[in-house]
Design a protein around this ligand. Structure first.
Ligand code: NAP
Length: 280
């Protein structure tokens, strides 16, 4: 049986480190604050926003929330972002995605000052990560780096295979694993011989969005398997992209869903909002 990587426990460790950092800043008279913008009434987004606000409260970051009706115009959102960009008391701005269809998401994300872009989605921050200069790093992939580190897994010289090339997970993940001196292969829906490539991975990171697609036949014995997926199985139950029951007997380490990568995303958002510029 693989060793379980406990994202709940590790995320709590990180939140406590952030809490300490925030309280030291407070002693110096510096307060951190996050502005969260939610447009519409998507129930999943409402839950995410609620969890982010609770996380802020836990670590001592002030949060301001802007919950706007579904028919809010793009102009109104852009001018709210302009106002928050100019507000010295706000140091992180987060726009909960997805936005309603009449709003251009790219335009909205581009409008956020890169110095307040705690999601790490702005092209300036994406570029910083790519060339190795300081900037905010996308929370989910950065959380995976912490899962590895806090589990004592050294990626240097290892073959890391990532399935998925999205801008928020797969691509930044590849850059981060390069930074850790892993040898990186990125796979996607057009990859030929996916299974064979995955079987050569020492570290397999799966971010596809297909319930339980990766079973034991994709996994080299003893490999580290990180499951980013948040899917629903045939009974509507939350599950990952990895077939946990099948893979757990082959892998050396594995993350569960829920309780693996998921809790790390918020922990890293709080880390970014607290500055994102110190060692964890
Ligand atoms: P996405 O933007 O839809 O990207 C999915 C990627 O998987 C694409 O690169 C796609 O290839 C690839 N893919 C799809 N089908 C494939 C197949 N059959 N074989 C190989 N590759 C395939 O998704 P995402 O935003 O990266 O999210 C991925 C999963 O992670 C989702 O379940 C999402 O809910 C979850 N997620 C979780 C968190 C968290 O906090 N835990 C955060 C973000 C995302 P192409 O590029 O060729 O289309």
């Amino acid at each position: 049986m693989a060793e379980l990587i406990d994202g709940k426990k590790i995320s709590l460790l990180i939140k406590d480190e952030v809490k300490d950092h925030v309280s030291k800043l407070k002693e110096e008279g510096k307060e951190k604050a996050l502005a969260v913008i939610l447009v519409g009434e998507d129930p999943a987004s409402q839950v995410y926003v609620r969890n982010k606000k609770a996380g802020c409260e836990y670590v001592g970051i002030r949060s301001e929330s802007y919950e706007l009706p579904e028919d809010t115009s793009e102009e109104e959102i852009l001018s709210l972002i302009d106002r928050l960009n100019a507000d010295d008391k706000i140091n992180g701005i987060l726009v909960q995605l997805p936005l309603p269809k009449h709003i251009d998401e790219d335009k909205v994300l581009l409008r956020i000052d890169p110095k307040k872009d705690v999601d790490g989605f702005h092209p300036v921050n994406v570029g910083n990560l790519s060339i190795g200069t300081p900037g905010f790093i996308s929370c989910t992939p950065n959380g995976i780096i912490q899962l590895l580190k806090k589990s004592g897994i050294n990626a240097e010289g290892k073959h890391c295979v990532i399935i998925g090339r999205s801008n928020i997970v797969g691509k930044p993940m590849a850059n981060l694993m390069l930074r850790e001196n892993a040898t990186v292969t990125i796979c996607h829906s057009k990859t030929v011989n996916l299974k064979e490539i995955c079987k050569t991975a020492d570290i397999l990171i799966v971010a596809i969005g297909r319930a339980k697609m990766v079973d034991a036949s994709y996994v080299k014995p003893g490999a580290v398997v990180i499951d980013v997926g948040m899917d629903r199985d045939e009974n509507g139950k939350l599950c990952g992209d990895v077939d946990f029951e099948s893979v757990k007997d082959v892998a050396g380490y594995i993350t569960p869903v829920p309780g693996g990568v998921g809790p790390m995303t918020i922990a890293m958002l709080l880390y970014n909002t607290s500055g994102g510029d110190y060692d964890l």
